[in-house]
Every structure is written in structure tokens, then in C-alpha cells.
Design a protein around this ligand. Structure first.
Ligand code: FEO
Length: 387
């Protein structure tokens, strides 16, 4: 294996084709990549380790690009176990190599590996490491996605080693575009930390970047402008698309029928984009992503146990924990004898920041009637004013 990023920077990461659940909760269609890189210069720097499942293959990849040389440094941008699990194996194999990480990471490191503290050099904002022709400048990026995170910029070849930022679900060779799985990854894993991502983007805007080497997903080159633009939209909590995401939670199919009717009505009124998902069966992470993606979120759910049906309650909990904000929200409930879903959903959205709750709501009594369809039409008119 010898995958070039540039003539002197090699990819030594590992694609995990077998994993179907990342971080114990995110379903994967196309596996996951644990990326790692080597800079070959007068000194040799290995950029990050990998997940436990990938250590043997990573060490083998590393040895094949080293061609008998020995690494001088392991640069650790992030301590989460999908990257730090290999630190111990590296330090045992290369006892003279130094480990470089942020001060926060050095403080947390004993929780993740048993490496002699004397071997760890901590760096702070703006510190540099010369490898010969290559020089790394360290840039702190706390909470993108953990407090320990830093990125590094190699100035001679204009390469940004970006830690989790700009990563995605899926192996590096997955036959899919970047944005779909990068968006799902972003909102579910980093979404809560928009402010910190904005701070990193501000620092990145001062750099001339030709290549981004993230810890997951493909190395980015030609698409960097588009990727930075999307990250700016996402982290500013701005909607990416004008349109409506209909998230529904239906017990016996009546709320589902109403949701499908709303899709039809909105499309007939010229809504630029309508996406729909069944919260009981569709991927929760995708529903979170679609909530953030669109300018209006329409939640439709049945009343249940004096509150709202559990799949909707679960969805609202996810949105809240990911700092969902700055969107228009419309609500529809279904009930048979005691309406409680709108009241419950409204209370949840009132806890979130800058939510424009559309005043008009619709209550369906078990089944759609000609009268409630008219109500849905009227709600669609209100939604169209907020697209
Ligand atoms: Fe890929 Fe936050 O670890």
C-alpha cells in the first residue's frame, strides 16, 4: 500500500467495511474510514493513529511507506478512541518517537493510553514543528469535536490536517458524493458546536489551503471551496435549502396519511423542496440532518399518554441536544379523545433558540376529513410564507 496525498505525504489509514454502527448509534451504509497520514522528510511525522479494529492494518501500512525508516513523531489531533486506540501500539513499537498533542489532550491522555508523560510534548496555538522542508503549525480547535482537538497546517504544500472537521461517514472509496454523508456526520457529531466550528473556519480563512486531510472520509482537493461554504452554512445554523422537512410519527397510519397529504399540498403550492420521513422507521441521524437542512420543519404526531408519541419525543430530544435553532416550525397533532401532542411539542421547541413557531396548528380527530384537509391547506399557506 502506498497512497500518495503528495509526493512526501502518504495516506496510511484503514477502511472498515464491516462496521455497521459508528459510536454505538450511527448506522452506516458504507462502512467507515479511520484516516492517518505520514509526512516523510528529514524527520518523519505520523499524523494520528486509528481505531482499535484497524491497528494491525495501520501498522502494516505505516511500515510499508517507511521503507525501513523510523518515525520521529506521532501528532495526535484528537483523543477520541476511533483515533487514539493505536497510540499505545505506536509508542511500544517506536520507543524513541515523541508524541505531539494539545495541552488539553496531554491532560486527558492517561484516560486513553499508558504513555510515559516525558514522551508527550504539548503544543499551543501557533506553535510550530519543523520536519525539514515541511513545517507544521498547530491551531487549536476545541470542541470540534472534543476539548482536546487541534488541527495542523503544513505550509510548504498547503495541507490542512483537520481532525474530525470535514469528515464523513463511509469508507474513502465509497461510491457516493461527499455532502450527503458529511452532512449527516456533521449535524449528529459536531452539530452542537457551531460556534466553535465558526471559530475554526475563521482561522482557516487566513490560510492558503490546497489539500484537506480529515480523520474520516476522502482527502479533499478540488472541492475545498464548496466544502468550506457548506461548513459555514451548517455551523452558522442557517438552512441549506429553502423547503420543508415533514417529520411524522404515526401509530395506525392516519397521521402518515395526513403527512403524505401535506407533502402533496405543499408541492402543489410550489414549495421548492419537500422531504418527508417516518420517525418510527427512518434513520434518526438522517432525520436530524434533514431537520437542520430545511428552512421549515413540520412535525406531525399523535397524542400519546398525555404527551406526544414516543418517536416524536425522541426526535425532539435529539434536535434539542444538537442545538437545533433558527428555523420555522409548524405543528400538527392527531388525537382520538384528548389532544396533547401540539402542547407537548410546542413546549419542547420553546426550549430551543430562535425557533419561529407558526401560530396556526392543526388538530386531526383520528382520520382526515374534508374539514381537516382545509385546515391543512391553510397551514400550508402559512408555511409557504416562512420558506
Ligand atoms: Fe472521529 Fe471525534 O472522533
Amino acid at each position: 500500500m502506498d497512497i500518495k496525498v503528495t509526493d512526501s505525504i502518504k495516506y496510511i489509514g484503514v477502511n472498515d467495511y464491516d462496521i455497521d454502527l459508528f459510536e454505538g448509534q450511527y448506522h452506516l451504509e458504507n462502512g467507515m474510514a479511520y484516516n492517518s497520514y505520514v509526512i516523510l522528510d528529514e524527520k518523519v511525522a505520523v499524523m494520528d493513529a486509528v481505531d482499535a479494529i484497524a491497528i494491525d492494518r495501520w501498522v502494516s501500512n505505516l511500515e510499508s511507506v517507511l521503507e525501513g525508516r523510523t518515525p520521529d513523531y506521532l501528532v495526535v489531533h484528537h483523543l477520541e478512541p476511533d483515533h487514539s486506540a493505536g497510540i499505545q501500539a505506536f509508542c511500544d513499537k517506536y520507543p524513541n518517537a515523541q508524541v505531539i498533542m494539545s495541552t488539553q489532550a496531554k491532560r486527558l491522555a492517561p484516560q486513553f493510553c499508558d504513555v510515559d508523560e516525558a514522551r508527550i510534548t504539548d503544543v499551543k496555538e501557533g506553535d510550530t514543528l519543523s520536519l525539514g522542508n515541511h513545517t507544521l503549525t498547530f491551531i487549536m480547535a476545541p470542541m470540534v469535536h472534543w476539548p482536546d482537538v487541534m488541527v495542523s497546517y503544513e505550509s510548504s504544500e498547503r495541507v490542512l490536517f483537520s481532525a474530525d472537521a470535514f469528515g464523513k461517514f463511509g469508507t474513502t472509496d465509497a461510491d457516493e458524493g461527499w455532502s450527503c454523508e458529511a452532512r449527516r456526520y456533521y449535524f449528529n457529531i459536531v452539530g452542537k458546536f457551531g460556534k466553535q466550528v465558526q471559530a475554526l473556519l475563521k482561522k482557516a480563512s487566513a490560510l492558503d489551503i490546497d489539500v484537506i486531510c480529515p480523520l474520516h472520509g476522502p482527502v479533499l482537493t478540488d472541492t475545498i471551496g464548496d466544502v468550506l461554504k457548506l461548513y459555514n452554512t451548517w455551523s452558522a445554523y442557517e438552512p441549506e435549502d429553502k423547503g420543508v422537512f415533514i417529520a411524522y410519527a404515526s401509530m395506525h397510519g392516519n397521521t402518515e396519511k395526513a403527512a403524505l397529504k401535506m407533502k402533496e399540498i405543499l408541492e402543489s403550492k410550489g414549495c421548492p423542496r419537500v422531504a418527508i420521513a417516518n420517525l418510527s422507521t427512518d434513520d434518526m441521524a438522517e432525520c436530524v440532518e434533514d431537520g437542520f437542512r430545511h428552512s421549515v420543519l413540520l412535525c406531525m404526531a399523535c397524542s400519546y399518554d398525555g404527551g406526544v408519541f414516543a418517536p416524536m419525543a425522541d426526535y425532539l430530544h435529539h434536535l434539542q441536544s444538537k442545538a437545533f435553532q433558527n428555523r420555522a416550525v409548524a405543528l400538527v397533532e392527531n388525537y382520538s379523545w384528548a389532544a396533547s401532542a401540539v402542547r407537548t411539542m410546542k413546549a419542547e421547541f420553546e426550549k430551543m433558540k430562535d425557533i419561529n413557531l407558526i401560530e396556526k396548528t392543526v388538530s386531526i380527530k383520528t382520520r382526515l376529513t374534508a374539514e381537516t384537509e382545509k385546515e391543512l391547506e391553510a397551514l400550508a399557506d402559512e408555511i409557504m410564507k416562512n420558506i
